[in-house]
Design a protein around this ligand. Structure first.
Ligand code: SF4
Length: 702
């Protein structure tokens, strides 16, 4: 990209893609981003992956929304039918004044006619902490209830439910970089080489130094090449497998008695429960030999310091909370929490899913996971917000909100930076719900699939165009800075939310995100000793114990934020997947991401290098499976589940088991979520994206 003289200016910020939170520098030439370099952030130490380095030009894409839009009176019926290159068939341009009045007016009318709960909001893990905070405040203060959620519901909600229940906090207990002090690490249900690539570089280094890396996954994920133990198990059998590992630890008395006595509760019940999971019996369920399960148990329990990392292979199941409960129990019984090189780390997906959850963008918790059902908590927020009361009842979650639209309980929505028309399970059901809404306000940078259904579209600024803080998977709070000017009349999300709030009758007065951050600090102990000014200078890992403390990479060394400071063992029983294969749908569909594309593709499919590398939707199967079906790599196949059917190109991949199909969900032309199952985990309310019974058929042309 040339020498340093080739750029006019550089602006340091944070990568807008994944939860690793790499710090980067936008190199500007003639007011545009010319290239991106990694800088020395605490999570990345100058490293970037292909998305962070080459995925920035979506900012300049001609599809950017530049003007507020209002649905035309003579527009065709709502559907996924707008050409992003010509919006005029469905929308007319409007002034900000008119669009904001129309957006707020429609939501206010529903509030008057049907009550506040007739309106729901989806905020975004792609926006800043301040924007997430304002969004949840708007729904709670403006509509008096808690029907507000975001994509954490589709990602790690079950992990958070288990962590809150058993260790008293929903965030990681140690940064991923702590792996350098471990001698054993389990990475399970995660594919960090593709989804957290810079974190994966630390895992690879750990393995190259001789660390015992145990990779457990139904797929032969890329990190497996570095593993000392690669354990491939049948999809959906996590609880059987993990209980068997813990059974061995109990049977062979490999557990840390002193730690268990000092820091935990419910151990005797856990021990009794695990008797029912001998590895010889569980091997038949999970497809892993008993001796391998014994080796994993001995290796992890025998380590001086061990960590557990997990991803959505664990969380996206109807037993996702149970899966996480097992991982928490495994770490606790080995005493692998609270010391250097130990810890529990759910690898968070979006760049700010940790921060958005911390800021209260979830239906059961106010900021800092303070329960909406606690009268004292609500009273404190009423004081800070100078507000009336709002409901003590937990709100509806992402999938529940779409169901509530279908049955008429919810009639209007405000959606900021989320794309449920692509990301929800059984997505045709979600699209029908969006079409049914009486009033839909969408705020985004592109005409997303969701914006196709909008009544009012409010053009927002991209991450590189605004100021705000974000919190990565490591609990590191970092500053994002504006590098380039927004296109046309696009405005920062926080500004738009404030303008809507004022039109909904709220007395809001914020001139800059730093004003919002100052208000957040009044209710969020996690931000103690962290100020906007400090974040201008440095990243801080919460909790920070003093104004000079860079923050605590490891927490809970001296007890847990639970009664008597003790973490809890919660036994988990085997719950089979909801949508089991049968003669009609004999294989198992697993959905996920791929290195080059980010979630629903709205940004990466408009980034030239990334879309050039992976321009087409595909599904991957084992070569033997392709041969059995009579198709070759590159042929089109039909995938069908009990929800729907689509055509997609087949790829050969030996990393996929012979009865499995893997498919990324970033491609609208073959939207994987047409196929997925909306059945929910009862605790985290997360859908079972990782297991759908599927039929694969050769098409006529193949
Ligand atoms: Fe961005 Fe994640 Fe890649 Fe880092 S690892 S550059 S945060 S996408």
């Amino acid at each position: 990209h040339g020498d340093s003289a080739a750029f006019d200016e550089e602006v340091k910020s944070v990568c807008p893609y994944c939860g690793v939170g790499c710090q980067l520098s936008f190199k500007l030439r003639d007011g545009r981003i010319a290239w991106v370099d990694g800088v020395d952030g605490p999570a990345n130490e100058q490293r970037l992956c292909v998305k962070g380095r080459f995925g920035f030009d979506y900012v300049d894409h001609p599809h950017r929304l530049k003007t507020p839009l209002i649905r035309r009176d003579d527009a065709p019926p709502k559907g996924l039918n707008v050409d992003p290159a010509d919006l005029s068939t469905h929308f007319r341009e409007a002034t900000w004044q008119e669009a904001l009045d129309r957006a707020a007016g429609g939501l206010a009318a529903l509030r008057t006619d049907h009550g506040g709960p007739a309106v729901a909001g989806f905020g975004s893990a792609k926006c800043s902490n301040e924007e997430a905070y304002l969004f949840q405040k708007l729904i709670r203060q403006g509509f008096g209830h808690n029907n507000v959620d975001h994509c954490t519901r589709l990602c790690h909600a079950s992990s958070v439910a288990a962590l809150m229940e058993n260790v008293g906090s929903g965030a990681v207990t140690a940064t991923f970089n702590e792996i350098e002090n471990a001698d054993c690490a389990i990475v399970i249900g995660a594919n960090p080489v593709e989804n957290h690539p810079v974190a994966a570089t630390y895992f690879k280094q750990f393995a190259k130094r001789g660390g015992k890396l145990i990779v457990m996954d139904p797929r032969g994920v890329g990190l497996g090449r570095y593993a000392s133990h690669m354990v491939r198990f049948r999809p959906g059998t996590d609880v059987a497998m993990l209980n068997a590992v813990m059974h061995v630890i109990v049977e062979e008395r490999l557990y840390d008695e002193q730690y268990i006595q000092g820091f935990t509760e419910n151990w005797e019940a856990m021990k009794a429960h695990l008797k029912g999971f001998p590895p010889e019996k569980m091997a038949e369920i999970c497809g892993v030999e008993a001796e391998t399960l014994r080796t994993v148990a001995r290796t992890f329990a025998g380590a001086r310091a061990g960590m557990i990392f997990w991803g959505m292979g664990i969380s996206q199941h109807i037993h996702g909370t149970d899966n996480s409960r097992c991982l928490i129990s495994l770490a606790l019984m080995c005493g692998h929490v609270g010391r250097p090189g130990t810890g529990l780390h759910p690898l968070r997906g979006q760049n700010n899913v940790q921060g958005a959850s911390d800021a209260g963008l979830i239906p059961m918790f106010l900021p800092d996971y303070q329960s909406v059902g606690d009268d004292g908590v609500r009273s404190r927020f009423r004081d800070i917000w100078a507000s009336g009361d709002f409901s003590a009842e937990k709100g509806l979650t992402v999938v529940e909100i779409m169901d509530a639209v279908h049955d008429g309980r919810i009639r209007g929505m405000y959606i900021m930076g989320e794309n449920p028309a692509m990301s929800d399970p059984d997505v045709e059901h979600a699209r029908e719900a969006l079409a049914k809404l009486e009033h839909l306000v969408v705020q985004d940078i592109f005409l997303t699939e969701t914006a196709n259904y909008a009544d009012v579209i409010l053009p927002a600024t991209a991450w590189a165009e605004k100021a705000g803080t974000v919190t990565n998977t490591n609990r590191q709070v970092q500053m994002g800075r504006p590098a380039v000017a927004p296109p046309g009349q696009a405005k920062p999300d926080w500004w738009i939310t404030v303008e809507l709030a004022r039109r909904l009758g709220l007395d809001w007065d914020y001139g800059h995100p730093r004003d919002v951050f100052a208000e957040m600090k009044r209710s969020m102990k996690s931000l103690d000793n962290i100020t906007w000014e400090r974040l201008e200078r440095e990243a801080v890992t919460y909790p920070s114990l003093s104004p000079d403390d860079p923050g605590q990479p490891i927490v809970f060394g001296d007890g847990f934020p639970r009664p008597e400071g003790r973490a809890r063992f919660t036994p988990a029983a085997i719950v089979p997947p909801d949508d089991t294969p049968d003669a009609e749908y004999p294989m198992i569909l697993i959905t996920g991401r791929q290195l080059e594309h980010w979630h629903t593709g709205s940004m990466t499919r408009r980034a030239q290098v990334l879309d050039g590398l992976e321009p087409e939707a595909s599904c991957s199967m084992h070569p033997k499976t392709l041969r059995r079906l009579g198709v070759g790599p590159g042929d089109m196949v039909r995938l069908s589940t009990r929800r729907g059917s689509l055509l997609v190109m087949a790829r050969a991949d030996r990393a996929i088991s012979e009865d499995n199909v893997f498919m990324p969900f970033a491609f609208v032309e073959a939207a994987a979520n047409i196929l997925t199952n909306p059945a929910l985990d009862p605790y985290g309310k997360i859908p079972e994206f990782k297991f759908s019974a599927v039929r694969v058929e050769k098409t006529a042309g193949a």
